[in-house]
Structures are given as C-alpha cells and as structure tokens.
Write a protein that binds this ligand. Structure first.
Ligand code: AP5
Ligand code: MG
Length: 224
C-alpha cells in the first residue's frame, strides 16, 4: 500500500512560531517546508527581480500581491510532485483569494489540515523584538536562545542578524493586515472543516508535541 506525507497549512500571527514549527514538522514527516517569506528573502539576497520587487512590500510590512505569491507557490508545489507527496505551507495562504487559489493548485487533492497557531499579541511582539535570523538558510534564533558562538549560525556559520521587516512600524502593519486579510482565511478553513487550533504560547517542544498529536488525529497516510 502506498503512503504519503501530510498536506498542511500553518496559520498564525507574525511571530506565532510558524517558521519554527513548520521546519520541525517538515523534518518529522519528511515533506517539503515552503515558507513564502523565506522564498522571497532568498530571491532578494540573490538579487533576483522577483525578490527585489517583493522586498519593497515586505520592508513596509505590506503583503506581496496575490498573483506573485500564487505563481511562486504553484511553481514550488510542482517540484518533485510535492502537492501529492505532502508539504507544510508556512505563511501561505494569507488572503482568501490565496486560499481559493491553493485549492485550485491542489487540483482535487484535499488539504489534510490547516492549523491555527494561537498566540496572544503581547507574546508575539516579544518574540519578534528578540528574533534573529540567518536569512540564507532560514535558521531562527532569539536573543534568549542565541547560536552557540558569537552570533554566527550553528548550521552555516553565517552572520545572524535582525530581519529587515522586524521594525516596530512594519510589525504593527503586518499585525493589522493579519486581522483584515488572514482572519478570513481561518474562517475559510473552518467552513471547509479542515481547521484545528493549537496553543502556540507554550514552550517550543510542547507546541511541537501538540501539533504532531493534532496531525495524527486527522491524517490518513493511505488516502491519496
Ligand atoms: P513571513 O516571513 O511569513 O513573516 P510573518 O508572517 O510576519 O511571520 P514571521 O516569520 O514573522 O513569524 P513566524 O510565525 O514564522 O515566527 P518564528 O517561527 O520566526 O512573511 C514576511 C513578509 O513576506 C510578509 O509581511 C509579506 O510582505 C511577505 N509575504 C510572505 N508570504 C506572503 C503571502 N502569502 N502573501 C503576501 N505576502 C507574503 O518565531 C518568532 C520568534 O519567536 C523566533 O525568534 C523564534 O525563535 C521564537 N519562538 C518561536 N516559537 C517559540 C516558542 N514556542 N517559545 C518562545 N519563543 C519562540
Ligand atoms: Mg516565519
């Protein structure tokens, strides 16, 4: 009997821990981790036109236009048949239109679960203020959880820095857009009965454990 990995969407406010947990879930289930924010940051670091265009929106805390994001996700889900084999989407969909487009891209293959990582705003603000990253490999740290040596990435040795869009102004705008644009996505998945909530305010390991339990309760690897 052939099996596959889960098809998951992680939703949650900026700083809720989507990137942290999506990396672990993708490792655990041996599926692709697709973070639209990381893909744009990579493209900008390499000086690609798509990345530079996206960066002008990101640095202001605005959303990149739907057409651009949807095209990027469709391309990446097409690689190695990820749409069928399983994936963890982190940061997409973020508007109702993106959620509809994802359904179209999946072309009849159902999403197993959209999980809303629930974290109060005062906690996400603290997490974002202390976040440090190495953009090229996407590794995530925090001032309270730094890399082992002198702010260089444990995995790659690159310089770990603050993200360009982690300024107070951009963060407030991102949180505002979350309420306006992304809460309707939660509603969209609630209606489709594929929504689960996990408390993301606990310790990282406890949140991960809860996420895996939630996926296991819903996901049937033998269903195509
Ligand atoms: P994106 O990169 O997705 O940023 P975001 O949504 O603002 O979310 P974050 O990455 O800030 O938070 P996170 O939930 O991943 O938290 P993390 O794990 O890092 O998008 C950036 C921009 O790209 C957007 O603003 C937009 O311009 C554009 N974009 C991307 N996707 C788009 C789309 N679909 N449509 C249009 N535009 C798009 O954790 C945060 C910190 O907390 C870290 O330091 C971490 O170490 C720490 N932490 C995590 N979990 C815990 C825990 N349990 N306890 C303590 N600390 C923790
Ligand atoms: Mg992230």
């Amino acid at each position: 009997m052939s099996t596959r990995g889960p098809r998951l969407v992680l939703l949650g406010k900026q700083g809720a821990g989507k990137g942290t947990q999506a990396t672990r879930l993708a490792d655990h289930y041996k599926v692709a981790h697709l973070s639209t924010g990381d893909l744009f940051r990579d493209a900008a670091n390499f000086g690609h036109e798509l990345g530079l265009e996206a960066k002008s929106f990101m640095d202001r805390g605005e959303l990149v236009p739907d057409e651009t994001v949807v095209g990027l996700v469709a391309e990446h889900l097409g690689i190695d048949d990820r749409a069928a084999r399983g994936f963890v989407l982190d940061g997409f969909p973020r508007t109702r239109r993106q959620a509809e487009e994802l359904r179209r891209i999946l072309d009849g293959r159902p999403l197993d679960l959209a999980i809303d990582l629930d974290v109060p705003t005062e906690i996400v603000l603290r997490r974002i203020a202390g976040r440090r990253v190495f953009a090229q490999c996407g590794a995530l740290y925090h001032v309270e959880n730094p890399p082992k040596e002198n702010w260089t990435c444990d995995a790659c040795g690159g310089r770990v820095v603050q993200r360009d869009d982690d300024t107070e102004e951009a963060v407030m705008r991102r949180l505002e857009l979350y309420e306006v644009e992304t809460l309707p996505v939660i509603q969209f998945y609630r209606r489709a009965a594929t929504l689960a909530h996990v408390d993301g305010s606990e310790e990282t390991d406890d949140v991960f454990k809860q996420l895996v339990e939630t996926v296991e309760a819903q996901f049937d690897p033998t269903k195509p």
